[in-house]
Design a protein around this ligand. Structure first.
Ligand SMILES: [Mn+2]
Length: 324
């Protein structure tokens, strides 16, 4: 996808239903509500996915972003939460042993709970947005910069492009992903959830989001890592004895490396904390846990080919009822 080189771009991380915070951020960036759509005279917003789930104004968020995309004021890629909503709503193939692509377990239900509740009185609206999720590409490659929700895997993206040149998937793709070994499942997992490693045998960690996991999220850009601690990339630290564990040769061989000389890459997904900054001068994560009372973060991209630490803009999310 080739974007207009004369336009500036504002990349925006995971919103998760924080529509008021998004309005504050857009306002801060100089966008104004005109004719029902947020617009900027010379810039375009690029959303990194995960518009839904967890937050208080999911429906408003979808209307806002959808309105901007329809008006040509924004583009939006798919996050793992939109993909999960499609999987939840899509019957699985008969031979898969599942009823739905994303099984209706209590854990999955909990993640989608706020979304389904907020759309309970608007079933047609929800059906329209599910259809719209298929319009959201899994990645955007604009040449000098790239967007993906969690992880740029050049091999899988190359293969996906052969069948889905614009990065948009369809219901057949989602149905195929009911089988964990399928190409569709590998693409969705890798691009939208990133890379991970299993925790040592029998170990499970409970994250800030209250979910218990037997794997931890890993970096896909580390040159020559030696230990688990060198590759961990998530808000919850590994216990020291796990962080010190050496990576096996097989684990090292399986790690991805997004090179320091590749185009600028923007991701969301990782629940970062602290002051927004580049990870490396060609890599930024813009998810700073807005829905967990963190920050909603944007990066203002112009013509630069290396990220500028001074071009991050953010709004703090205030706790409801907190004193000013
Ligand atoms: Mn997210």
């Amino acid at each position: 996808m080739i974007l207009d080189p004369d336009r500036g771009y504002d990349l925006i991380g995971d919103i998760h239903g924080c529509a008021h915070t998004l309005e504050r951020l857009l306002s801060e960036l100089g966008y104004r509500l005109q004719g029902g759509v947020w617009r900027h005279p010379g810039r375009m917003a690029l959303f990194l996915g995960d518009l839904i789930d967890r937050g208080p104004r999911i429906r408003e968020t979808l209307h806002l972003v959808h309105g901007m995309v329809e008006a040509g004021e924004a583009l939006c890629i798919m996050g793992n939460h939109e993909y999960s909503a499609l999987g939840w709503s899509t019957p699985a193939p008969a031979d898969s042993g599942r009823a739905f692509v994303r099984e209706h377990t209590p854990r999955h239900a909990r993640l989608l709970k706020e979304t389904l509740e907020q759309f309970e009185a608007y079933p047609d609206d929800w059906r329209d947005f599910l259809a719209w999720f298929y319009r959201l590409p899994l990645f955007i490659d604009a040449g000098r910069f790239r967007l993906v929700h969690a992880c740029w895997d050049a091999g899988l993206i190359g293969a996906l492009r052969a069948t889905h040149p614009d990065g948009r998937i369809d219901a057949a793709f989602v149905r195929a992903s009911a089988s964990p070994a399928s190409f569709a499942s590998r693409v969705a997992e890798r691009l939208l959830r990133g890379t991970d490693l299993p925790l040592p045998q029998g170990m499970a960690l409970t994250g800030r989001d209250g979910l218990t996991r037997t794997a931890f999220r890993t970096k896909f850009w580390e040159e020559d890592p030696q230990t688990y601690g060198d590759v961990v990339f998530q808000p919850d630290a590994l216990p020291e004895h796990v962080a010190e564990r050496p990576l096996s040769p097989a684990q090292k061989a399986n790690l991805l490396l997004y090179g320091a000389d590749e185009p600028l890459l923007f991701v969301g997904h990782y629940w970062r904390r602290g002051r927004p900054a580049p990870i490396r001068d060609n890599l930024a994560c813009l998810d700073y846990s807005a829905v967990m009372h963190g920050k909603l973060v944007a990066y203002r991209l112009d013509r630069e080919t290396r990220l500028d630490p001074d071009k991050f803009v953010w709004v703090e999310v205030e706790r409801a009822g907190a004193l000013p």
